[in-house]
Design a protein around this ligand. Structure first.
Ligand code: GLN
Length: 280
């Protein structure tokens, strides 16, 4: 029998080539370029078996990020488990917008509600070493993942200190005396009956990170209602939401008394985040 090579596995795989390459580099411990330079290497049968097992699980639907245990977000490699939402590229817009709001504030305080992997909080903390960043989640399992990501990705000597990880149902367990310059959240915003919940990667992600089991806006309502007493004067709140929720979220922000209410478009041209400033 011919030896099995990376090139042969790539040719034979029914998966999109990028997915095959991610699974192959994972089992081989190689860089993507090595799949080309060493494409005709004969592979060890145990490595081939491990690749084929992952390929079969991917064909059965498991997300690539869960199969390899990680996903890149904002240039950082985050650990991903089935306990957390997989970081999405569109969420980088939330990080960029938060960073812009923090630009002229020294030693800012930032709050990330429903942190999951910790991707948003860790990305902000890594770009702004002086920021004090709180990351909350009601899931203990998610907080454990966020803690590992923060420990691996953040400089222990950063002036803002370690990420403040707290188990909390939205603002529930947060010290009421704290005031933040920026509050961000990527909450569960998919309505309970949305058919997407039973399609693709979403089937394998924690349901509590995806849907509020209601109209898709109930978590967003809680986040907006609780923000005014947590924001410093001129502090801002930015929330990620679904492709068709921008108008509703802007209306909620305006009704709560937020100023400068607006939405920002993601790279696909969709109004993906909305926010406003608390006059205080
Ligand atoms: N953006 C995700 C999706 O539609 C949902 C994330 C969320 O509910 N916060 O796949």
């Amino acid at each position: 029998m011919d030896p099995v090579t990376p090139a042969a596995l790539l040719r034979a795989s029914p998966l999109p080539p990028l997915e095959t390459r991610i699974l192959l580099t994972h089992v081989l411990g190689w860089r993507h370029t090595q799949l080309i330079t060493r494409g005709d290497d004969a592979l060890d049968s145990t490595v081939v078996e491990r690749y084929r097992a992952l390929e079969a699980r991917r064909i059965a639907g498991e997300p690539v990020a869960q199969l390899v245990g990680g996903r890149e977000f904002f240039g950082l490699d985050f650990e991903v488990t089935p306990d957390v939402l997989i970081p999405r590229p569109e969420t980088e817009l939330l990080v960029e917008t938060a960073l812009a709001a923090l630009e002229n504030i020294a030693r800012p305080r930032v709050l990330d509600l429903g942190t999951g992997t910790g991707a948003i909080a860790v990305a902000i903390a890594s770009m702004r070493p002086d920021a004090q960043v709180w990351a909350l989640d009601r899931s203990a399992e998610a907080l454990a993942v966020a803690a590992r990501n923060a420990a691996r990705l953040l400089d222990t000597q950063r002036p803002g200190g370690a990420l403040e990880l707290q188990q909390s149902d939205w603002y529930g367990s947060l010290d009421t005396a704290l005031r933040f310059n920026v509050i961000v959240s990527n909450p569960p915003y998919i309505a309970s009956g949305d058919p997407h919940l039973s399609e693709g990667d979403l089937r394998f992600e924690p349901r509590g990170a995806l849907t509020d089991e209601a109209d898709g806006l109930s978590a967003i309502r809680k986040i907006i209602a609780g923000a005014p007493t947590r924001l410093a004067a001129n502090g801002v709140l930015w929330i990620e939401h679904g492709y068709d929720q921008a108008e509703a979220v802007r209306a909620l922000l305006s009704a709560q008394g937020f100023a400068q209410v607006r939405s920002e478009h993601d790279l696909a041209g969709i109004e993906r985040i909305s926010g406003g400033e608390w006059p205080g």
